[in-house]
Write a protein that binds this ligand. Structure first.
Ligand code: SF4
Length: 441
Protein backbone atom coordinates (compact mmCIF):
# COMPACT_ATOMS: atom_id res chain seq x y z
CA UNK A 1 0.00 0.00 0.00
CA UNK A 2 1.30 3.51 -0.78
CA UNK A 3 0.38 6.80 0.89
CA UNK A 4 0.31 10.28 -0.58
CA UNK A 5 1.03 13.06 1.89
CA UNK A 6 1.98 16.71 1.48
CA UNK A 7 4.99 16.51 3.80
CA UNK A 8 5.85 12.88 4.36
CA UNK A 9 7.80 12.27 7.54
CA UNK A 10 10.42 9.57 8.04
CA UNK A 11 11.67 8.49 11.46
CA UNK A 12 15.26 7.22 11.75
CA UNK A 13 16.64 4.79 14.31
CA UNK A 14 20.43 4.64 13.93
CA UNK A 15 22.28 1.82 15.69
CA UNK A 16 25.89 0.77 15.65
CA UNK A 17 29.23 2.43 15.07
CA UNK A 18 30.19 5.89 13.76
CA UNK A 19 30.41 4.37 10.28
CA UNK A 20 26.72 3.46 10.45
CA UNK A 21 25.99 6.97 11.71
CA UNK A 22 27.60 8.39 8.57
CA UNK A 23 25.33 6.13 6.47
CA UNK A 24 22.30 7.48 8.37
CA UNK A 25 23.47 11.04 7.77
CA UNK A 26 23.76 10.40 4.05
CA UNK A 27 20.28 8.88 3.90
CA UNK A 28 18.82 11.81 5.85
CA UNK A 29 20.53 14.26 3.50
CA UNK A 30 18.94 12.49 0.52
CA UNK A 31 15.53 12.39 2.19
CA UNK A 32 15.68 16.09 3.04
CA UNK A 33 16.86 16.95 -0.46
CA UNK A 34 13.77 15.23 -1.84
CA UNK A 35 11.46 17.14 0.49
CA UNK A 36 10.84 14.53 3.19
CA UNK A 37 10.75 15.65 6.79
CA UNK A 38 12.54 13.82 9.57
CA UNK A 39 10.21 12.85 12.42
CA UNK A 40 11.34 13.17 16.01
CA UNK A 41 9.41 10.12 17.24
CA UNK A 42 7.54 7.02 16.07
CA UNK A 43 4.12 8.62 16.42
CA UNK A 44 4.95 11.55 14.15
CA UNK A 45 6.47 9.36 11.44
CA UNK A 46 4.72 8.01 8.35
CA UNK A 47 7.44 5.39 8.04
CA UNK A 48 10.47 4.37 10.12
CA UNK A 49 13.92 3.49 8.81
CA UNK A 50 16.03 1.31 11.11
CA UNK A 51 19.78 1.37 10.38
CA UNK A 52 21.06 -1.82 12.00
CA UNK A 53 24.36 -3.21 13.27
CA UNK A 54 25.22 -6.85 12.64
CA UNK A 55 28.65 -7.22 14.18
CA UNK A 56 28.43 -8.88 17.58
CA UNK A 57 25.60 -11.24 18.44
CA UNK A 58 24.53 -8.74 21.12
CA UNK A 59 24.34 -5.97 18.49
CA UNK A 60 22.29 -8.23 16.22
CA UNK A 61 19.87 -8.88 19.08
CA UNK A 62 19.64 -5.15 19.78
CA UNK A 63 18.95 -4.47 16.10
CA UNK A 64 16.21 -7.11 15.96
CA UNK A 65 14.62 -5.66 19.12
CA UNK A 66 14.74 -2.15 17.64
CA UNK A 67 12.99 -3.38 14.48
CA UNK A 68 10.32 -5.03 16.66
CA UNK A 69 9.82 -1.83 18.65
CA UNK A 70 9.49 0.24 15.45
CA UNK A 71 6.90 -2.22 14.09
CA UNK A 72 4.91 -2.10 17.32
CA UNK A 73 5.06 1.67 17.65
CA UNK A 74 4.65 2.64 14.01
CA UNK A 75 4.00 -0.36 11.79
CA UNK A 76 5.74 0.80 8.60
CA UNK A 77 9.39 -0.17 8.80
CA UNK A 78 12.27 -0.33 6.31
CA UNK A 79 15.50 -1.92 7.50
CA UNK A 80 19.01 -1.08 6.28
CA UNK A 81 22.60 -1.40 7.56
CA UNK A 82 24.91 -4.29 8.36
CA UNK A 83 22.27 -6.74 9.56
CA UNK A 84 20.33 -5.93 6.38
CA UNK A 85 22.93 -8.02 4.53
CA UNK A 86 21.17 -11.02 6.06
CA UNK A 87 17.60 -10.29 5.02
CA UNK A 88 16.34 -13.75 6.01
CA UNK A 89 17.37 -13.24 9.67
CA UNK A 90 15.20 -10.13 9.74
CA UNK A 91 12.19 -11.36 7.78
CA UNK A 92 12.02 -14.63 9.73
CA UNK A 93 11.72 -12.73 13.01
CA UNK A 94 9.79 -9.73 11.64
CA UNK A 95 7.82 -10.76 8.56
CA UNK A 96 6.02 -7.39 8.63
CA UNK A 97 9.00 -5.26 7.52
CA UNK A 98 8.36 -3.47 4.23
CA UNK A 99 11.86 -3.81 2.77
CA UNK A 100 15.39 -4.82 3.76
CA UNK A 101 18.57 -3.37 2.24
CA UNK A 102 22.22 -3.90 3.12
CA UNK A 103 24.89 -1.45 4.33
CA UNK A 104 25.53 1.71 2.28
CA UNK A 105 22.88 0.80 -0.30
CA UNK A 106 21.58 4.36 -0.44
CA UNK A 107 19.83 3.93 -3.80
CA UNK A 108 17.94 0.83 -2.65
CA UNK A 109 16.91 2.57 0.58
CA UNK A 110 15.55 5.53 -1.40
CA UNK A 111 13.72 3.21 -3.82
CA UNK A 112 12.08 1.42 -0.89
CA UNK A 113 11.07 4.76 0.66
CA UNK A 114 9.64 5.99 -2.67
CA UNK A 115 7.60 2.78 -3.00
CA UNK A 116 6.04 2.98 0.44
CA UNK A 117 5.97 6.75 0.97
CA UNK A 118 6.10 8.78 -2.24
CA UNK A 119 8.13 11.99 -2.25
CA UNK A 120 6.28 15.33 -2.31
CA UNK A 121 5.89 17.11 -5.65
CA UNK A 122 7.91 20.18 -4.69
CA UNK A 123 10.95 19.20 -2.72
CA UNK A 124 12.39 21.87 -0.44
CA UNK A 125 15.89 21.46 -1.75
CA UNK A 126 17.01 24.70 -0.15
CA UNK A 127 16.34 23.24 3.30
CA UNK A 128 19.41 21.04 3.03
CA UNK A 129 22.46 22.78 4.44
CA UNK A 130 25.53 22.92 2.20
CA UNK A 131 27.34 20.27 4.21
CA UNK A 132 24.43 17.80 4.22
CA UNK A 133 22.65 16.76 7.39
CA UNK A 134 24.67 15.51 10.33
CA UNK A 135 23.57 13.58 13.37
CA UNK A 136 26.68 14.63 15.31
CA UNK A 137 26.83 18.06 17.00
CA UNK A 138 27.66 20.89 14.65
CA UNK A 139 31.26 21.32 15.76
CA UNK A 140 32.52 17.85 14.92
CA UNK A 141 31.83 15.47 12.07
CA UNK A 142 32.82 12.00 10.94
CA UNK A 143 34.51 11.83 7.55
CA UNK A 144 34.18 8.41 5.95
CA UNK A 145 36.99 7.77 3.48
CA UNK A 146 36.26 4.21 2.38
CA UNK A 147 33.93 1.25 2.75
CA UNK A 148 34.80 -2.39 3.31
CA UNK A 149 38.06 -4.11 4.16
CA UNK A 150 40.64 -6.32 2.45
CA UNK A 151 41.67 -8.02 5.69
CA UNK A 152 40.12 -11.22 6.94
CA UNK A 153 40.44 -11.13 10.73
CA UNK A 154 39.02 -14.40 11.99
CA UNK A 155 36.67 -12.82 14.56
CA UNK A 156 35.18 -10.32 12.13
CA UNK A 157 32.33 -10.52 9.63
CA UNK A 158 32.65 -6.99 8.28
CA UNK A 159 34.32 -7.98 4.97
CA UNK A 160 31.41 -10.42 4.43
CA UNK A 161 28.88 -7.70 5.21
CA UNK A 162 30.56 -4.71 3.60
CA UNK A 163 32.80 -6.30 0.98
CA UNK A 164 36.39 -5.50 0.03
CA UNK A 165 37.95 -2.06 0.40
CA UNK A 166 36.38 0.64 -1.79
CA UNK A 167 38.10 4.00 -1.33
CA UNK A 168 36.44 7.31 -2.08
CA UNK A 169 38.33 9.65 -4.43
CA UNK A 170 40.61 11.93 -2.50
CA UNK A 171 39.24 15.10 -4.11
CA UNK A 172 35.68 14.12 -3.10
CA UNK A 173 36.76 13.45 0.49
CA UNK A 174 38.70 16.73 0.73
CA UNK A 175 35.84 18.71 -0.82
CA UNK A 176 33.43 17.20 1.71
CA UNK A 177 35.84 18.08 4.52
CA UNK A 178 36.16 21.63 3.21
CA UNK A 179 32.37 22.03 3.14
CA UNK A 180 32.05 20.70 6.65
CA UNK A 181 34.61 23.23 7.83
CA UNK A 182 32.78 26.03 6.00
CA UNK A 183 29.61 24.93 7.78
CA UNK A 184 31.28 25.38 11.18
CA UNK A 185 32.91 22.03 11.92
CA UNK A 186 36.00 22.39 14.14
CA UNK A 187 36.98 18.75 14.37
CA UNK A 188 37.04 16.07 11.66
CA UNK A 189 37.10 12.40 12.64
CA UNK A 190 38.46 10.25 9.85
CA UNK A 191 36.81 6.82 9.81
CA UNK A 192 36.86 3.65 7.70
CA UNK A 193 37.53 -0.03 8.43
CA UNK A 194 41.26 0.33 7.74
CA UNK A 195 42.34 3.96 7.34
CA UNK A 196 45.98 3.22 6.54
CA UNK A 197 44.94 1.03 3.56
CA UNK A 198 43.18 4.02 1.97
CA UNK A 199 43.63 4.12 -1.81
CA UNK A 200 45.16 0.66 -2.21
CA UNK A 201 42.14 -0.56 -4.24
CA UNK A 202 42.31 2.38 -6.69
CA UNK A 203 46.11 2.16 -7.01
CA UNK A 204 46.41 5.54 -5.29
CA UNK A 205 44.74 7.34 -8.23
CA UNK A 206 45.62 11.07 -8.38
CA UNK A 207 43.04 13.89 -8.46
CA UNK A 208 43.30 17.64 -8.18
CA UNK A 209 42.17 19.55 -5.13
CA UNK A 210 43.04 23.21 -4.47
CA UNK A 211 45.08 23.28 -7.71
CA UNK A 212 47.42 20.55 -6.58
CA UNK A 213 47.52 16.93 -7.62
CA UNK A 214 46.93 14.56 -4.69
CA UNK A 215 47.06 10.82 -4.66
CA UNK A 216 44.28 8.80 -3.09
CA UNK A 217 46.52 7.72 -0.24
CA UNK A 218 46.83 8.14 3.51
CA UNK A 219 49.71 10.64 3.47
CA UNK A 220 48.14 12.97 0.88
CA UNK A 221 44.80 12.77 2.67
CA UNK A 222 46.39 13.84 5.97
CA UNK A 223 48.29 16.64 4.19
CA UNK A 224 45.08 17.92 2.58
CA UNK A 225 43.11 17.75 5.82
CA UNK A 226 46.01 19.46 7.60
CA UNK A 227 45.52 22.48 5.33
CA UNK A 228 41.99 23.05 6.62
CA UNK A 229 43.13 24.44 9.97
CA UNK A 230 40.78 22.37 12.15
CA UNK A 231 41.37 19.41 14.44
CA UNK A 232 41.82 16.19 12.44
CA UNK A 233 41.64 12.93 14.36
CA UNK A 234 42.61 9.61 12.78
CA UNK A 235 40.67 6.45 13.62
CA UNK A 236 41.23 2.78 12.71
CA UNK A 237 44.83 3.12 11.60
CA UNK A 238 47.03 0.02 11.33
CA UNK A 239 50.70 0.37 12.23
CA UNK A 240 51.96 -0.10 8.66
CA UNK A 241 55.29 1.63 7.94
CA UNK A 242 53.71 4.55 6.09
CA UNK A 243 51.97 5.67 9.29
CA UNK A 244 55.39 7.16 10.10
CA UNK A 245 54.61 9.78 7.41
CA UNK A 246 51.98 11.50 9.56
CA UNK A 247 54.16 11.78 12.65
CA UNK A 248 55.86 14.99 11.40
CA UNK A 249 52.38 16.43 10.66
CA UNK A 250 51.47 15.73 14.28
CA UNK A 251 54.73 17.28 15.47
CA UNK A 252 53.95 20.56 13.67
CA UNK A 253 50.29 20.62 14.72
CA UNK A 254 48.56 19.91 11.39
CA UNK A 255 47.07 16.61 12.58
CA UNK A 256 46.03 15.87 16.18
CA UNK A 257 48.63 13.90 18.15
CA UNK A 258 46.21 11.00 18.47
CA UNK A 259 46.15 7.62 16.78
CA UNK A 260 43.40 5.07 17.14
CA UNK A 261 45.04 1.74 16.35
CA UNK A 262 42.97 -1.38 17.08
CA UNK A 263 45.80 -3.70 18.17
CA UNK A 264 43.45 -6.38 19.60
CA UNK A 265 46.35 -8.32 21.15
CA UNK A 266 50.14 -8.51 21.36
CA UNK A 267 50.93 -12.20 21.61
CA UNK A 268 52.17 -13.47 18.21
CA UNK A 269 50.26 -16.75 18.48
CA UNK A 270 46.95 -15.03 19.30
CA UNK A 271 47.49 -12.47 16.52
CA UNK A 272 48.15 -15.32 14.14
CA UNK A 273 44.93 -17.07 15.15
CA UNK A 274 43.14 -13.74 14.76
CA UNK A 275 44.69 -13.37 11.27
CA UNK A 276 45.54 -9.78 12.05
CA UNK A 277 47.11 -7.77 9.24
CA UNK A 278 49.98 -6.05 11.05
CA UNK A 279 53.09 -7.56 12.55
CA UNK A 280 53.40 -6.39 16.13
CA UNK A 281 57.04 -7.47 16.65
CA UNK A 282 58.61 -4.05 16.40
CA UNK A 283 55.51 -2.04 17.18
CA UNK A 284 56.46 -1.11 20.75
CA UNK A 285 59.80 0.23 19.41
CA UNK A 286 58.03 2.24 16.73
CA UNK A 287 55.61 3.66 19.26
CA UNK A 288 58.58 4.76 21.40
CA UNK A 289 60.09 6.47 18.35
CA UNK A 290 56.79 8.22 17.55
CA UNK A 291 56.60 9.42 21.13
CA UNK A 292 60.14 10.81 21.00
CA UNK A 293 59.09 12.93 17.99
CA UNK A 294 55.63 13.83 19.35
CA UNK A 295 55.81 13.80 23.15
CA UNK A 296 52.07 14.51 23.52
CA UNK A 297 51.02 11.61 21.29
CA UNK A 298 48.13 9.64 22.74
CA UNK A 299 47.21 6.17 21.54
CA UNK A 300 43.76 4.67 21.67
CA UNK A 301 43.21 1.02 21.00
CA UNK A 302 40.87 -1.87 21.48
CA UNK A 303 41.79 -5.32 22.70
CA UNK A 304 40.12 -8.71 22.95
CA UNK A 305 40.79 -10.95 25.95
CA UNK A 306 39.88 -14.62 26.07
CA UNK A 307 40.28 -15.24 22.33
CA UNK A 308 40.11 -18.99 21.56
CA UNK A 309 43.46 -20.55 22.41
CA UNK A 310 44.70 -17.59 24.51
CA UNK A 311 46.89 -19.05 27.27
CA UNK A 312 47.90 -17.44 30.55
CA UNK A 313 51.34 -16.78 28.97
CA UNK A 314 49.68 -15.06 25.97
CA UNK A 315 47.65 -12.92 28.32
CA UNK A 316 50.69 -11.97 30.39
CA UNK A 317 52.46 -11.02 27.16
CA UNK A 318 49.55 -8.64 26.49
CA UNK A 319 49.76 -7.06 29.96
CA UNK A 320 53.54 -6.59 29.60
CA UNK A 321 53.15 -5.08 26.15
CA UNK A 322 50.41 -2.74 27.35
CA UNK A 323 52.73 -1.45 30.10
CA UNK A 324 55.63 -1.04 27.67
CA UNK A 325 53.60 0.70 24.95
CA UNK A 326 51.69 2.78 27.58
CA UNK A 327 48.43 2.78 25.61
CA UNK A 328 46.61 5.70 27.26
CA UNK A 329 43.10 4.94 26.00
CA UNK A 330 41.95 1.36 25.62
CA UNK A 331 38.72 -0.52 25.30
CA UNK A 332 38.82 -4.18 26.29
CA UNK A 333 36.28 -6.73 25.14
CA UNK A 334 35.76 -10.25 26.31
CA UNK A 335 35.81 -12.50 23.25
CA UNK A 336 32.33 -13.28 21.98
CA UNK A 337 31.43 -15.61 19.10
CA UNK A 338 30.01 -13.74 16.16
CA UNK A 339 27.68 -15.72 13.94
CA UNK A 340 29.51 -16.42 10.70
CA UNK A 341 33.00 -15.53 11.99
CA UNK A 342 35.66 -18.25 11.48
CA UNK A 343 37.01 -17.84 15.03
CA UNK A 344 33.89 -19.53 16.40
CA UNK A 345 35.23 -22.82 14.97
CA UNK A 346 38.70 -22.48 16.57
CA UNK A 347 39.64 -24.98 19.30
CA UNK A 348 40.27 -24.23 22.98
CA UNK A 349 37.66 -21.63 23.76
CA UNK A 350 38.41 -19.86 27.02
CA UNK A 351 35.89 -20.37 29.87
CA UNK A 352 33.75 -17.32 30.69
CA UNK A 353 35.13 -16.99 34.24
CA UNK A 354 38.71 -16.87 32.88
CA UNK A 355 37.71 -14.18 30.36
CA UNK A 356 36.12 -12.23 33.18
CA UNK A 357 39.20 -12.51 35.39
CA UNK A 358 41.52 -11.47 32.54
CA UNK A 359 39.30 -8.52 31.68
CA UNK A 360 39.59 -7.24 35.27
CA UNK A 361 43.38 -7.66 35.27
CA UNK A 362 43.63 -5.85 31.92
CA UNK A 363 41.48 -2.98 33.17
CA UNK A 364 43.54 -2.65 36.36
CA UNK A 365 46.72 -2.13 34.30
CA UNK A 366 44.92 0.18 31.90
CA UNK A 367 43.53 2.29 34.74
CA UNK A 368 47.05 2.72 36.17
CA UNK A 369 48.39 3.93 32.81
CA UNK A 370 45.47 6.33 32.31
CA UNK A 371 45.75 7.60 35.88
CA UNK A 372 49.50 8.24 35.59
CA UNK A 373 48.88 10.30 32.48
CA UNK A 374 46.06 12.26 34.13
CA UNK A 375 48.34 13.10 37.09
CA UNK A 376 51.11 14.20 34.71
CA UNK A 377 48.69 16.68 33.11
CA UNK A 378 48.04 18.62 36.35
CA UNK A 379 49.40 22.14 36.07
CA UNK A 380 49.56 22.07 32.28
CA UNK A 381 47.62 24.42 30.01
CA UNK A 382 45.86 22.56 27.20
CA UNK A 383 43.47 23.22 24.33
CA UNK A 384 39.91 22.13 25.06
CA UNK A 385 37.06 21.88 22.56
CA UNK A 386 33.74 22.58 24.27
CA UNK A 387 30.98 20.02 23.64
CA UNK A 388 28.26 21.17 26.03
CA UNK A 389 27.50 24.06 28.34
CA UNK A 390 24.85 24.06 31.07
CA UNK A 391 24.24 25.59 34.50
CA UNK A 392 26.82 23.27 36.11
CA UNK A 393 29.62 24.35 33.77
CA UNK A 394 31.11 23.14 30.51
CA UNK A 395 32.17 19.70 29.33
CA UNK A 396 34.81 19.50 26.66
CA UNK A 397 37.59 17.33 25.37
CA UNK A 398 41.34 17.64 25.04
CA UNK A 399 43.26 16.65 21.91
CA UNK A 400 43.67 13.25 23.57
CA UNK A 401 39.94 12.53 23.61
CA UNK A 402 37.67 11.48 20.77
CA UNK A 403 33.96 12.10 21.32
CA UNK A 404 31.96 9.35 23.06
CA UNK A 405 34.81 6.87 23.50
CA UNK A 406 37.49 8.75 25.45
CA UNK A 407 37.64 11.13 28.41
CA UNK A 408 36.21 14.58 29.16
CA UNK A 409 37.54 17.87 30.49
CA UNK A 410 35.23 19.46 33.07
CA UNK A 411 35.22 23.25 33.43
CA UNK A 412 33.30 24.80 36.32
CA UNK A 413 33.26 28.48 35.32
CA UNK A 414 31.77 28.33 31.83
CA UNK A 415 30.94 32.04 31.53
CA UNK A 416 30.94 33.06 27.88
CA UNK A 417 31.63 29.57 26.55
CA UNK A 418 29.61 27.80 23.91
CA UNK A 419 29.73 24.45 22.17
CA UNK A 420 32.40 24.41 19.48
CA UNK A 421 34.71 26.93 21.17
CA UNK A 422 38.34 25.88 21.49
CA UNK A 423 39.84 27.43 24.62
CA UNK A 424 43.03 27.25 26.68
CA UNK A 425 42.48 25.73 30.10
CA UNK A 426 44.79 24.95 33.02
CA UNK A 427 44.38 21.46 34.46
CA UNK A 428 43.95 21.30 38.27
CA UNK A 429 42.84 17.69 38.75
CA UNK A 430 42.78 14.42 36.87
CA UNK A 431 41.49 10.89 37.30
CA UNK A 432 41.84 8.10 34.74
CA UNK A 433 40.79 9.58 31.39
CA UNK A 434 39.07 12.68 32.80
CA UNK A 435 40.52 16.09 33.65
CA UNK A 436 39.24 19.13 35.54
CA UNK A 437 40.48 22.51 34.34
CA UNK A 438 39.96 26.30 34.51
CA UNK A 439 39.77 28.47 31.42
CA UNK A 440 42.77 30.77 31.06
CA UNK A 441 41.09 34.16 30.63
S1 SF4 B 1 40.66 -5.08 9.76
FE1 SF4 B 1 39.92 -7.02 10.52
S2 SF4 B 1 38.57 -6.42 12.25
FE2 SF4 B 1 38.84 -4.60 10.97
S3 SF4 B 1 37.11 -4.65 9.53
FE3 SF4 B 1 38.87 -5.61 8.50
S4 SF4 B 1 38.57 -7.80 8.91
FE4 SF4 B 1 37.30 -6.70 10.39
Amino acid sequence: MTTTLAQPKVGIVSLGCPKALVDSERIITRLRAEGYQIAADYKGADLVLVNTCGFLDSARAESLDAIGEAINENGKVIVTGCLGAEANVITERHPGVLAVTGPHQYEQVMTAVHTHLPAPDHPFVSLVPESGVRLTPRHYAYLKISEGCNNRCSFCIIPGLRGDLVSRRIDAVLREAEQLVKAGVKELLVISQDTSAYGLDVKYAPYKWRDKERQTRFKDLCEGLGELGVWTRLHYVYPYPHVDDVIPMMADGRILPYLDIPFQHSSPSVLKAMKRPANIDKTAERIAKWRSEVPDLVLRSSFIVGFPGETEADFEHLLGWLKEAKIERAGCFKYENVTGAPSAALPNHVPEEVKEERWHRFMAVQTEIADARAQSMIGRTIDVIIDEVDEDGAVGRSKADAPEIDGSVFIEDAAGLQAGDIVKAKVHAGEQVDLWADVVR
